[in-house]
Design a protein around this ligand. Structure first.
Ligand code: DAH
Length: 356
């Protein structure tokens, strides 16, 4: 009994980790452990010897059991101490730098434009980028044979012969949203529609995908004067300085009369400065909405009239933020995005363009 006790207490004391300790436990107290086997052997003993040996074995088992527990707790404490010594963290160290993404200038300018027009009571309307040729052309008074249709370098969606659906295009301008909004909202109406548009054209000043913002205001007595005021208010807020506009007579199928609008600027030293000098830069097309277009949108031209305009977002972004090349907007060059992009907290503010 003494030898057994010495043997196991010694092995327990020298077990280096929990696995070794578990081995000792199995060897002594497991189902086939030495002490368990001896206890099973009690049955074949004389009653007196059995009582004495049984009591001694029970005591031994209890002693080994509590030695195991004590050793396990000690090993656990030691392991924890070792981890604590090993795995410490200096919470005063500066965090590892993480690159933040930036807001693309197009997104930023779209938000600025939206904020300024919202302040003048214009809501944002949207339409699909894959558009039926009815909304993109016919409803806007651009019939099949009209040269504007050919001029627009339209992307047509593929159609199998016999496809019963009407022909569809990638919208060439945001003007179809005028019709959709008239249909769903009726008159009076005051909306802008910013969005992507597409034309099969690629050179230094054209990309197949670009951005426009459409404007539409209908009421009982709106005139070109209201259009001019709205646009001058807009440009002055957007560029953060008083900007004059110049209306040039023009032609669009969806407006009558039509005007192309230039903003005042100087071209000194190769840089464009909006709102100063005596130069002019074309930035949008506009006019009084054609009666046929009103009718296509389900609106009675004898009761309602108003103005519309369409402006290139990319163009006014380049002008405000000094971005020289249109194509760079679509390159996804990270260095360019870091340079021209905006922090998420550069929220558009009225009359200053943007708070920076
Ligand atoms: N849709 C024209 C374009 O893409 C721009 C435009 C001109 C829109 C006159 C208008 C407008 O609403 O009245 O070139």
């Amino acid at each position: 009994m003494d030898a057994l006790k010495a043997k196991y207490l010694d092995r327990i004391a020298s077990a280096a980790d929990e696995a070794a300790l578990e081995e000792v436990r199995l060897a002594a107290l497991g189902k086939k452990g030495e002490i368990s086997l001896r206890m099973r052997g009690l049955g074949g003993m004389e009653p007196e010897a059995r009582a004495a040996t049984g009591a001694a074995l029970n005591a031994l088992r209890d002693e080994i059991d509590s030695a195991l527990r004590a050793r396990r707790a000690a090993l656990g404490d030691a392991a924890l101490d070792a981890r604590l010594a090993d795995e410490w963290l200096d919470v005063t160290l500066p965090a590892r730098p993480r690159r933040q993404g930036t807001i693309h200038p197009i997104s930023q300018v779209r938000d600025e434009v939206t904020a300024i027009f919202a302040d003048m009571g214009f809501a944002v309307a949207e339409g699909p980028e894959i558009e039926s040729d009815w909304y993109n052309f016919d409803a806007l008074n651009i019939p099949g044979h009209h040269p504007a249709r050919a001029e627009m370098d339209t992307f047509y969606m593929h159609r199998d012969p016999g496809d019963p659906r009407p022909p569809a295009v990638l919208r060439t301008h945001t003007s179809p949203v005028q019709i959709r909004s008239m249909e769903t909202q009726g008159a009076p109406i005051r909306i802008i529609c910013p969005g992507r548009v597409y034309r099969a054209d690629y050179d230094q000043t054209h990309t197949p995908n670009f951005h426009q913002v459409e404007g539409l205001a209908l009421d009982r007595s709106l005139t070109m004067a209201n259009l001019k005021w709205v646009l001058e208010e807009f440009f002055s807020a957007y560029f953060g300085t008083r900007v004059k506009t110049r209306f040039r007579a023009s032609h669009f199928p969806f407006t009558e009369p039509s005007a192309e609008v230039d903003i005042q600027c100087s071209f000194e030293g190769g840089a464009v400065h909006v709102g100063e000098g005596d130069g002019w830069l074309e930035v949008l097309g506009s006019g009084m909405v054609h009666p046929k277009v009103l009718r296509a949108g389900g609106i009675d031209p004898h009761e309602w009239q108003g103005f519309a305009f369409g402006m290139g977002i990319d163009r006014i972004a380049m002008l405000k933020y000094g971005i020289p090349d249109l194509r760079s907007f679509f390159d996804s060059d990270l260095r360019w995005l870091r340079h021209y992009g905006f922090a998420a907290l550069d929220m558009p503010a009225l009359h200053t363009g943007v708070a920076r």
